[in-house]
Design a protein. Structure first.
Length: 200
């Protein structure tokens, strides 16, 4: 049976996979994300996912028959990619710009089959509608620290959930990993999603 290796330290991605019956091996890529500054949102998300995937797929301590998955998410607002905010002030300014509006959450996915050295790369896109939150709500949310650790400075599965009024597209993609897209990518490499289930 193939083993899925998640090249990410994201707790949300790990939880998403576990909830879907997959128990991946986690190996953090350690990629310097600043290497791809200046790219458009789709190219940035896909490029970072490919870098993370390649960094882990090239290691010699992987399980046999490993399928290495790298992911990266950015929020596109006004045509610009927004990753994790660098400071509370940046997170606050970002929420002031996002409130009452919609952004596009882009997640790049790169999957390498180490047995064949074949890689497929795709992006998933979900539109996110943000509530018209108050300055007080923004300050309180940023004060929790949560927005500093996630792309776009928000979560849909955590404290930020009440500030997202709706989405168009795959819910899992907003968490950082599109399960329907991953299933299709596995099929492209000749694997079935159900073969990854930890419990038949």
């Amino acid at each position: 049976m193939p083993t899925l290796v998640l090249a990410s330290q994201s707790p949300a991605r790990l939880t998403t996979l576990r909830s879907a019956g997959v128990e991946p091996v986690v190996i953090v890529s350690g990629v310097d994300e600043s290497r791809l500054d200046g790219l458009p949102p789709h190219e940035l998300a896909l490029g970072l996912a490919e870098l993370k995937c390649a960094a882990v797929a090239g290691r010699d301590d992987l399980p046999p028959r490993a399928l290495v998955l790298g992911c990266d998410s950015v929020l596109e607002l006004d045509g610009k990619p927004l990753g994790k905010p660098g400071s509370p002030e940046e997170a606050e300014a970002r929420w002031q710009a996002m409130r009452g509006r919609s952004g596009i959450l882009v997640t790049g996915h790169a999957l390498t089959d180490t047995a064949t050295r074949t890689t497929v790369s795709r992006t998933a896109v979900t539109t996110v509608h943000f509530a018209d939150v108050t300055d007080e709500e923004i300050a309180a949310y940023v004060g929790t620290g949560e927005p500093l650790h996630v792309a776009g400075a928000f979560t849909i599965d955590g404290l930020g959930g009440p500030f997202v009024t709706g989405i168009e597209g795959d819910h899992h993609n907003v968490v950082g990993l599109s399960l329907p897209l991953l299933r299709l990518m596995l099929a492209e490499l000749g694997h079935t999603w159900t073969a990854l289930w930890a419990t038949p």
